[in-house]
Design a protein. Structure first.
Length: 96
């Protein structure tokens, strides 16, 4: 029986690149998004901030002025969050 001739070993294939999610690739941006979201939700849920009558302007209690200021600020913060999320790289699982 004849043995087949020895063939030179081919180098091992390179491992696939490690896929990292957006949180791992941009931790600072993700942290800023998280802090802004927690703040915007917190200022809504912490009622003692705005559940008071004074100071008053005319017959309007503080609650109404808080809402008038909070809604545009919340809209701007949510726009900033959406803009920051668009800047994060998309993470697609699976094979490409």
């Amino acid at each position: 029986m004849a043995l087949p001739p020895e063939s030179p070993e081919s180098p091992a294939p390179a491992p696939p690149p490690v896929r990292r999610g957006p949180l791992a690739t941009n931790p600072v941006t993700s942290l800023v998004i998280a802090v802004l979201m927690i703040a915007i939700i917190g200022f809504t849920l912490y009622v003692p901030i705005y559940a008071r009558v004074t100071p008053r302007v005319g017959d309007f209690p503080f609650f109404y002025f808080y809402l008038l200021l909070y809604m545009p600020v919340a809209a701007i913060v949510l726009w900033v969050i959406a803009t920051l999320q668009r800047r994060l790289p998309s993470h697609r699982g699976g094979q490409s």
